[in-house]
Write a protein that binds this ligand. Sequence first.
Ligand code: FES
Ligand code: FES
Length: 167
Amino acid sequence: MGKKLVTLKLNGKTVEKAVEARTLLVHFLREDCALTGAHIGCETSHCGACTVDIDGQSVKSCTHLALQCEGAEVLTVEGLAGLGAQPGVLHAVQEGFYKEHGLQCGFCTPGMLMRAYRFLQENPNPSEAQIRAGMAGNLCRCTGYQNIVKAVQYAAAKLQQTEKVAA
Ligand code: FES
Ligand code: FES
């Protein structure tokens, strides 16, 4: 099958590659771009392990075509640390999952981090119920979610603190 060029901004860098029309974004990221942070769990939009950020929205990359990203800004978990207070320093959501033990096997974690990142942009000061609702598209088989909620609460507090210092 013929390939088409797709050009996008991936973690801040312009990427241009030839892809088949049927290529899913998660396969493009993992196989063509060697970014294996987005995991493949269900391939049916249920589990959220493949969550990335496209133009400011959480997207499940297992049900999104690479060609749909033409001209888009895509952020994966590999690009998250670069958005922290300083280059190479963990982003607040990464620090939160680390400090609050928001993972066990870690399979869901890249998707959780990417959803938590976007959720906190949408709702910087969420209640526990809002966190649970906002993260409901991401499933975890290990943790029971309590520490994931705490991790997002940690990140929310840290981001607010950082903003106060910057103001
Ligand atoms: S692999 Fe995409 S939602 Fe499960
Ligand atoms: S930590 Fe294992 S699936 Fe979430």
